[in-house]
Design a protein around this ligand. Sequence first.
Ligand code: SPD
Length: 344
Amino acid sequence: MNRRRFLESSAAAATLALVDCTSGPRLNVYNWSDYVAPDTVANFEHETGLRVRYGTYESNQEMLAQVLSGNSGWDVIFPSADFLGPMRDLGLLAPIQHSLLTNLNSLDPVFRAPPWDPELQWSVPYMYGATGILYQKQLMPAPQSWADLWNAKLAGKITMLDDATEVFGACLKKLGYSLNSADTAELRAAAQEARKQKPLLRAYLNAEVRDQAVAGDVAAAQAWAVTAAQAIAAAPDRLAFAYPREGFVRFADNIAILRESRRIEAAHRWIDYLLRPAVAAAIVETTHTATCNGTAYSLLPESIRKDPVLYPPADVLNRGEWLLPQSTGSQRLRDRLWTEMKSA
Ligand code: SPD
């Protein structure tokens, strides 16, 4: 994927939630929303004397639009696995220096050599998850399949993620194809499914769907398991989550340092701090996320370790597919089909 295509596939930057930092050595951290505990940043500042400017985003495209210039001002970002290779190839990432990380061995063995970065040269796995259906328990029958999000009886009360890979992934799975398909006919068929579904939708929403589901405004939503777990924690009697029977996206969000950073050592201190098992476990307990940190996982209470939304059993997870980076041609087609579908 070349730089221009990558830029074209990026959404415009959205509002940043920024913490004002005016003095002292600083670190600029740009992360997904709800991916640290309320005191994670403050404790790091207190411990290190570094000031953190902390911003949040809701999609990889939003993050990418910020950092593509190579002059964004951010030091640390959290790209999903399928974005790492293209970002590395564009020269956006700085190598991870293992000698500056004392807590790397706390990663779960699965994430010490992940397929997208087997030697952890460019990234450190942070959170993982999958995409499924968040729904109101009162729905009968309960959604179990992507096809249930095409149910005309739920018109106006369905949402899908605002993400081409995720929406086409669900459409491809509904049709029985791989969600990483690069086949032109399969991708066109998937886009056709998305077009058919669009009139039934309330909106395309990412993490923002959580509050709308809790409020009861959304009946069924394509949602990340982490978002669903947060919604369910707020309304456990009313909301539930299904891993669709046709299969689903598996994702991992990773910590990376931007090549533009002039604070490489401070960035490694932040990463090592997030890798500390007690810090990582506190984040999971307050944010309802699935950590790549095996030692932190072992510190969690059983109610979280056995949460079937965040940590489903292997037979469920095995129905999922890891997202892979697309070739330039396939990404170009996907971008065009997405733009056409959204603007139709
Ligand atoms: N609020 C944090 C949600 C993070 C979800 N990341 C998923 C990326 C899948 N492409």
